[in-house]
Design a protein around this ligand. Structure first.
Ligand code: GLC
Length: 666
C-alpha cells in the first residue's frame, strides 16, 4: 500500500510521474515528524536497506549519510555521500514475519540520514529544506515492497543488447590510432569486446560535441572500422561547456540564455576540464532539450552510446571561490607562520574544489521562476541524462542508445544507467562494487557497474583478474582507469590467456544476464538481491553481505582479498557448484546448506546454481552479435526442475512485450 504525504511546497522533481493523491495529514505507525526530521525507533535486530549509491554496507545501520551528489574520487568509509541521491530506506521490521516499510523522500535538496549513528536504535531523516513529498509503502515482504516502489518511480532504462558485452576504456587514449591499438590487441589476444570508450581526450580542447581535428581526424573511418568489427565507440560528454566566444555550442546557449547565472544575472563561470566553463541549465526544459539535441552531432556519425560525466556538477573552482581563497591565503601567509597557519593554509587551499557553498551562487530558471542551485542540486545530473534520452527519442525513435551517467537521482533510472565513479585499484572496492548492486537495483538502477580494475591507483594483475570475476556478472562491464596509472588493458599482463577465459565466460552468460535484466526491468523486480530477500527465515543468510543472488537461478560469491586461494561461501539451500576454469565449465557437485570453503584460484570463476532451476548458457562469441541466444546449453540439477522464463528480443528496438517464453529441460 502506498501513501503520499506532502510537506511544505515541494519543487517538482518528476521522479514520480503518476502520483497517488496526497493524504491530508502525516501519520504513520512507525515514523513521526519532530524538529524538522522524520524519526523512527529501530528494533534491536532490524536491518535498514536503501540509499542506493553510498559507501559502507548493504545494511545501512550505523552511519551518518548525506544525499548530496558529490564528485569525490576517494570512496572510503568516512565519507557520507557519493555521486547519486537515492532518498529511500527499506526496513525489514526485524523479523521475517514483521511488516516491511519503505520510505521515499522525493526532493532535489540534500537529505541527512542518521541511521543508528548517534544511537544504535534511532533514526532520523532530515531534508535540509522541509519541502518534499514523502511516499510510504507498507507490505509484507521485501521484494514486493521494492516492486511497488519501482512501479511508482517507473520502468528502468533498457540499453541495447550489445551493451551487455565487455567494454575497454581509459582516460588517455589520445588518438584514433590508440583506439585501433586497443581493438587490435584485444583481437590478437582473442579477448571478446563490444565497446571502446573515449574519454575527454577526443575533444577539441575538451569542448563538448567537438572532435579533435588532428588526433581524431579520421573519426569517420575509425567508426566504420570499429563497426566492421562489431565494436561501438562510446564518447564521454561533460556537463561544463567551455565559455568561449566563437565556440558554437557556447554561442548558441549564450544567445538563448540557457546557462546558469549568478545573482546578477550574469553567466556563472567555473573551471572544469576546458578551463572557463558555464553550466547548461538542465532544469529549464528548453535548455535541457537544446543540450540533448547537441548529441546529434555525434549520433550523425553513427555513434550510439554515451557516458555523461562531471554532472554533480563537479567544479574545480568557481571564479568567486578562487578570488576568495587567494585573498585568504595571502592574509594567512602575511601573518606569523606556525603549525596552526599551516593547517589553515591547507584547509583554505583544499576548499577551492567542489565547495558546496558554490552551489548557493548560481541559479536555474523554470516556468518563469528562478531557483538557487542548492535547492535542486541533486536533480542536475539526472536532468542532463534525461535531456539526452529525450533527444534520442526524437532523433533515433525506436532505436535503443547506450547511456549512463555519473551523477543521478531517483527518476534518472528511467533514462540511463550509472557507473560507480572514480573508485580505486583496491581489493576493498571489489566488495563495494558488489554491495552497490542490490542497493541500486532497489531504486531502479539496473544498468550499473564499477570501473573494473579500479579507476585511481595502480592495478595489479591479480586484482584485475579478481575484479573481472565479479565484473562479468554486472550489466555494465567496463575496464576503466585514470590517466597516469599503470596500463590496465588485459593484454598488458602475463596471464592474457586467463583474462581471455574469464571475459569469455561473460559471453556464455549473456543470454541469462540479458533475460534476467529484462525481466527485472519489465516486471519492476531486482536482478541482484541480498540473500535476505529470499531466505528471510535464515539468520545467517540475512546478514551475508559478500554474496548475492543473481536472477532466478544463481548465487555469486566473488573473492575480494589479495592472495586468497578461495573463500568461505554460505550456501542457503542445496546448490550446485559450477566452476569455469581454463575455458571449460566443470560441474563440481552439490553443496548442502551451510558454510563451505571453496577453492577459487585466480584463474577460476565459480557460481552456485539453485536446485531445480535452469541456467541457460550460450556457446560464447567475440562480441554480442556473435552470441547465439537460441542455441543454449541448459545447466540444472534436481528432480523437479522449474521451467526457466526466458526473455529474448532483437535487443535494438523498444518493443518489450511478449518476449518471454518457457525453457524446459525435457
Ligand atoms: C572523471 C570521471 C572519469 C574520467 C575523468 C576524465 O574523473 O569520473 O571516469 O576518466 O573524469 O574525464
Amino acid at each position: 500500500m502506498i501513501k503520499r504525504f506532502t510537506f511544505g511546497e515541494p519543487f517538482e522533481t518528476d521522479s514520480v510521474l503518476e502520483k497517488p493523491n496526497a493524504e491530508k495529514e502525516f501519520n504513520d505507525d512507525r515514523f513521526w515528524w519532530e524538529d524538522g526530521a522524520l524519526r523512527l525507533t529501530l528494533k534491536d535486530d532490524e536491518i535498514v536497506y536503501g540509499l542506493g549509491e553510498t559507501i559502507r554496507g548493504i545494511n545501512k545501520r550505523g552511519w551518518f549519510y548525506k544525499s548530496h551528489n558529490t564528485d569525490d574520487g576517494n570512496h572510503t568509509e568516512n565519507k557520507q555521500s557519493m555521486y547519486g541521491a537515492h532518498n529511500f530506506l527499506l526496513l525489514d521490521g526485524g523479523a521475517a514475519d514483521a511488516p516491511k516499510k519503505l520510505i521515499f523522500v522525493d526532493t532535489g535538496v540534500d537529505v541527512h540520514y542518521d541511521i543508528g549513528y548517534s544511537k544504535h536504535n534511532e533514526v532520523y531523516v532530515r531534508p535540509v529544506k522541509p519541502d518534499f513529498d514523502l511516499y510510504v509503502i507498507d507490505g509484507k515482504d521485501l521484494s514486493s515492497v521494492v516492486s511497488e516502489f519501482r512501479k511508482l518511480i517507473g520502468r528502468s532504462y533498457i540499453p541495447p543488447k550489445w551493451a551487455f558485452g565487455s567494454g575497454q576504456s581509459r582516460w588517455g587514449y589520445k588518438s584514433s590510432d590508440d583506439l585501433r591499438e586497443v581493438m587490435n590487441k584485444m583481437k590478437e589476444a582473442n579477448i571478446p569486446l563490444d565497446m571502446i570508450y573515449i574519454d575527454i581526450d577526443y575533444m577539441e580542447g575538451y569542448r563538448d560535441f567537438t572532435i579533435n581535428s588532428e588526433t581524431f581526424k579520421d573519426m569517420n573511418e575509425l567508426i566504420a572500422e570499429m563497426k566492421k568489427n562489431n565494436i561501438h565507440l562510446i564518447p564521454i560528454i561533460d556537463a561544463g561547456v567551455k565559455a568561449e566566444e566563437g565556440f558554437s555550442v557556447y554561442d548558441e546557449g549564450h544567445k538563448k540564455g540557457y546557462f546558469c547565472t549568478d545573482k546578477d544575472g550574469k553567466e556563472f563561470i567555473v573551471c572544469v576540464w576546458p578551463g572557463e566553463c558555464v553550466f547548461p541549465d538542465f532544469i529549464n526544459p528548453e535548455a535541457r532539450h537544446w543540450f540533448g539535441m547537441q548529441y546529434k552531432k555525434l549520433t550523425d556519425l553513427g555513434i550510439d552510446g554515451f557516458w555523461n560525466d562531471m554532472n554533480e556538477p563537479a567544479i574545480f573552482y568557481s571564479k568567486t571561490r578562487l578570488e576568495d581563497v587567494a585573498k585568504r591565503v595571502i592574509e594567512i601567509a602575511s601573518g606569523d607562520l606556525n603549525k596552526e597557519t599551516s593547517g589553515q593554509l591547507r584547509n583554505t587551499a583544499n576548499s577551492i574544489q567542489n565547495n558546496p557553498r558554490d552551489y548557493d551562487l548560481f541559479f536555474h530558471k523554470k516556468d518563469g521562476k528562478e531557483y538557487v542551485h542548492t535547492d535542486l542540486h541533486n536533480l542536475y545530473g539526472y536532468n542532463m541524462t534525461r535531456g539526452a534520452s529525450e533527444a534520442f527519442d526524437e532523433l533515433c525513435k525506436d532505436k535503443r542508445i547506450l547511456l549512463f551517467s555519473r551523477s543521478s537521482c531517483i527518476g534518472m533510472h528511467r533514462y540511463g544507467g550509472i557507473w560507480h565513479g572514480d573508485n580505486r585499484s583496491w581489493f576493498s572496492h571489489i566488495l563495494l562494487n558488489l554491495k552497490l548492486m542490490p542497493s541500486l537495483n532497489m531504486c531502479g538502477f539496473l544498468y550499473s557497474g564499477a570501473d573494473i580494475g579500479g579507476f585511481g591507483d595502480n592495478v595489479t594483475e591479480d586484482l584485475l583478474l579478481r575484479w573481472y570475476a565479479l565484473g562479468i556478472f554486472t550489466p555494465l562491464m567496463r575496464n576503466h582507469s585514470a590517466l597516469g596509472t599503470r596500463r590496465q588493458e588485459p593484454y598488458n599482463f602475463e596471464k592474457t590467456e586467463t583474462f581471455k577465459d574469464i571475459i569469455s565466460i561473460r559471453y556464455r552468460l549473456i543470454p541469462y544476464l540479458y533475460s534476467e535484466y529484462m525481466k527485472a526491468a519489465v516486471n519492476n523486480t531486482m536482478m541482484f538481491k541480498p540473500l535476505a530477500f529470499e531466505y528471510e527465515n535464515d539468520e545467517i543468510a540475512k546478514h551475508v553481505e559478500d554474496q548475492l543472488l543473481l536472477g532466478d537461478s544463481i548465487m555469486i560469491a566473488p573473492v575480494y582479498e589479495q592472495n586468497a586461494v578461495g573463500r568461505n561461501v554460505y550456501i542457503p539451500e542445496r546448490m550446485k557448484l559450477i566452476r569455469f576454469s581454463g575455458g571449460k565449465m566443470i560441474d563440481e557437485g552439490i553443496l548442502e546448506k551451510g558454510t563451505h570453503f571453496v577453492n577459487i584460484p585466480i584463474s577460476d570463476v565459480c557460481l552456485f546454481l539453485k536446485e531445480n532451476r535452469i541456467l541457460p548458457l550460450a556457446k560464447g562469441g567475440m562480441n554480442v552479435s556473435e552470441v547465439d541466444f537460441e542455441d543454449l546449453e541448459k545447466v540444472y540439477f534436481g528432480n523437479n526442475v522449474k521451467p526457466y522464463e526466458y526473455y529474448n528480443d532483437n535487443g535494438e528496438t523498444k518493443d518489450y512485450e511478449g518476449h518471454i517464453r518457457e525453457i524446459k529441460v525435457c
